[in-house]
Design a protein around this ligand. Structure first.
Ligand code: FES
Ligand code: FES
Length: 152
């Protein structure tokens, strides 16, 4: 066990953890931030995506030791008023079905648009490669990202 400072949603948390503990478990089990979801556990589905220093990363394969002193944003801290253009586009396109994968999808979209405000269809599809949705919301996700890029 070791002590780490995790900066999550703008708040510093001191956690005691095995350095190899996946960030996902630190978020869910130590900080009770359960919006970040477990899917595959091997970096292949995107359900566990969070933002780290503005980049979309898969928290199931990221050790807590590599997450200390980085700016981590989870779905809980992404937009407290729900008015982020990505969230509004998600609502307008009725993207979510069961919702399980959607925190990861929304954060993936936000990271994409932050770096590339007007992505092509191919660039959207590339950003969402290996982002699995058992409900099959892929086309709605694409439309929502395009809508958000157009300003909502
Ligand atoms: S749970 Fe992390 S990528 Fe699937
Ligand atoms: S909305 Fe159900 S898994 Fe994606």
């Amino acid at each position: 066990m070791a002590t780490f400072i995790l900066s999550v949603n703008g708040v510093d948390h001191t956690v005691e953890a095995n350095p190899n503990m996946p960030l996902l478990w630190a978020l869910r089990d130590l900080l009770n931030l359960t919006g970040t979801k477990y899917g595959c556990g091997i970096g292949m589905c995107g359900s566990c995506t969070v933002l780290m220093d503005g980049n979309a990363v898969r928290s199931c394969i990221l050790p807590v030791s590599a997450s200390a002193d980085r700016a981590i944003i989870t779905i809980e801290g992404f937009s407290t008023d729900g008015l982020h253009k990505v969230q509004q586009a998600w609502l307008a396109e009725s993207v979510s079905q069961c919702g399980y994968c959607q925190p990861g999808k929304i954060l993936t979209a936000a990271a994409l648009l932050d770096k590339n405000p007007h992505p092509t269809t191919a660039e959207i599809d590339s950003a969402f490669e290996n982002n699995l949705c058992r409900c099959g919301t892929y086309l709605r996700i694409r439309r929502a990202v395009q809508r958000a890029a157009e300003g909502g």
